[in-house]
Design a protein around this ligand. Sequence first.
Ligand code: PBG
Length: 324
Amino acid sequence: MLFPEYRPRRLRKNSSFRALIRETRLSAAQLVYPLFIMPGKNRKEEIISMPGVYRVTVDKLKKEAEECLALGINSVILFGLPEKKDAMGSGAHQKDGIIQTAIRELKKKVPEMLVITDVCLCEYTDHGHCGCIINKDVDNDATLEILAKTALSHVRAGADMVAPSDMMDGRIAEIRGALDENNFESVPIMSYAVKYASAFYGPFREAADCTPQFGDRRSYQMDPANSREALREATLDVDEGADILMVKPAVAYLDIIAKLKEEFDLPIAAYHVSGEYAMIKAAAEKGWIDGDRVMAETLLSIRRAGTDIIITYFAKDMAKILKQ
Ligand code: PBG
């Protein structure tokens, strides 16, 4: 069919037609809102490079969660800022650690909220790397046990799902094993399966105070130049027992999302990361773009590429617009 017989504009004529043939939709239930939890009481502080995003103390979590639920957002992912850090990241798996306390508070006060936890050591190590250091290098196999302990401590505190973001080899199998051994076989794992060594994480590292004190994360996070490697990483995680596969960051990696959607039948998640949020906010603040429209178009595009789930600092802003 060619012009003039076929005229695509016929179906774009008005908003009813456009809504009728719309292929991709966004819904608040697909959005996950990240929460940063800090020690102390009754405090809420804005993250400078992420306007509108805050670090909050545990007692503020109930209000945060209720606000999300009222907007139709049913899931949050938690990041902790511990009081103390050490070389082994031991604060990550303490029974009364910042995250474990936050999980218990949320599950007690707002039980219907789905609580996902980021499993990683970088917020808990004094050197800021995602694993422990042996002979000046992030030691893969020594880190696995600590990660499994961390995931288990989250689940024991009541987490509904764990999301390992460390990028150590073999961590999904190790965590799955630890959960199963402790009768948590029903708790799923959302793997940061394809996580790139990205400059887009800059504002997060300020937010969570986890900038590496030496070197960088390129010996464990992926090279942005690679896409076939993404399939190998995802295949490993599927074989090791992942329930959901995540790609991170999102917008610069839409091709990777599309590939994973094609290759795997597990749900696909994307993390629209801090730098992606900050760029939109900054340009909108300057009046150079329409922030709300760019946000909506961006999140829709991440869905169109193939994601089922989007983790985004925009979750509440987007949900407010969806509600209108
Ligand atoms: C922990 C972790 C990071 C992010 C999520 N989990 C930081 C990193 O890997 O450097 C980044 C999220 C964001 O930028 O919004 N490893």
